[in-house]
Design a protein. Structure first.
Length: 115
């Protein structure tokens, strides 16, 4: 398995396009039918399969039509925090809140400058 972080963006897009094409062919779906069923243009389907993915919305529609939206599942699930992680996060936020200055600052503003 290749390390995706080692691949150039263009290579990642090409591999995604190739994989989507293979999924489509495995399901015996034409590009035209995929375009119609997903509500994107035929040229968009062709571009996606060639790794020219310019519209995330079109990609979502194609994935949905192919029944492969689960590949995005980790991106849409909310991360569940344990009680200790939640407590730690709340404490960290409360410790970093700004405090209002009191005392001599207001007094210094009222005094006339000495030149």
């Amino acid at each position: 398995m290749e390390d995706v972080y080692m691949l150039a963006d263009e290579m990642i897009l090409t591999k995604i396009g190739e994989r989507l094409k293979a999924m489509r062919l495995k399901q015996n779906i034409t590009q035209q039918r995929l375009a119609e069923d997903s509500g994107v243009s035929l040229s968009s389907v062709k571009k996606i399969e060639n790794g020219e993915i310019r519209s995330f919305e079109s990609l979502l529609r194609v994935l949905r039509t192919l029944g492969k939206l689960e590949v995005l599942q980790p991106l849409v699930e909310e991360e569940q925090l344990s009680p200790s992680e939640y407590y730690e996060m709340v404490n960290k936020v409360s410790k970093t809140q700004r405090k209002r200055a009191v005392g001599s600052k207001h007094k210094a503003e009222k005094e006339e400058p000495t030149w």
